[in-house]
Design a protein around this ligand. Sequence first.
Ligand code: ZN
Length: 346
Amino acid sequence: MTTPTPTPGIHHVTCIAGDPQRNMDFWVETLGLRLVKRSINQDDPSTYHFFFADAEGTPGTSMTFFPWGDLPQGKVGSGQVSRTAFRVPEGSLDYWEARFDQYGVDYDARVERFGDEARSVSENASGDEPRAETVLPFRDPDGLPVELVEVEIPDDDPTVPWTEFVPDEYAIRGFHSVTLWVADPEPTKDLLRTMGLEEIGTEQAQGDTPGDERTRFAASGSVGRYVDVLPTIQGGRQGHGTVHHVAFQTPTDEDQESMRAAVQSEGLRPTAQIDRHWFRSVYFREFGGVLFELATSDPGYASDEPLDDLGGRLVLPGSFESRREEIEAELPDVTIPRAEPVEADD
Ligand code: ZN
């Protein structure tokens, strides 16, 4: 088997929400992400698909939602992405706690991870090791578990903060990590190694986590580069407030095909490549039951709307455009939150 090009990290995370307006208000206004695409679920065009990201929809920044009003409340458990974590600049968690108080967000006390008690895996090739970090856990209005993690943002960071609601010194800067809950971690860990991630450390799980050991894997990129694996037998159920799938970056078709072949040779059953309009995708369920996707970097969210106008119109990919009137009539109205214009002093 040829070794696939290692994935640089997470591309996007897709979740299930309830009410579309409540979802939009929280992710755009409260958290300050940019609505970079307003579209439909290509398998169910009576449901929206919202994409919230940084200012340019950089790979590794987009959190996407299907607001499926008819589904029941879900339960986070084994075989799911249990936590999705975002990067925020060092020293910004005081701002976020104050903002969460102002907006009535349900958050927990901060957690320290990978501090003195952590064990690093010293023999890994990159010499990378987990750094002590401070985490602010909270839930979105559907109960989806989310975390903010303080990191040092380098000057040449690939993400571009969106500052309509949150100033750039505090703004979310793409994904930090996802945490996978699986009944048997070993096959999942082997798959992550196949995908080019490297085990960099372990620690005793703490806080709102069921397993006894958190194992951290690192990818080669700078955004969305961590995947944590925790063992749990706690059963889950897909529904509001749960993650549907996590997509990893395979920047080119060649990268994607080599990764697809590697995953298949591990005994998994990846789909053929599917055109998702803003990227091309392959899907497979990993050994622990989590739905994984591989997504290309191109053509990207700015391929069908000017950068300045991202999210401004309902985008209907391919043949859906010819059914626009019928599709729009089925969708509930939503208003995109806009910051108040700043009053001139004169
Ligand atoms: Zn996806």
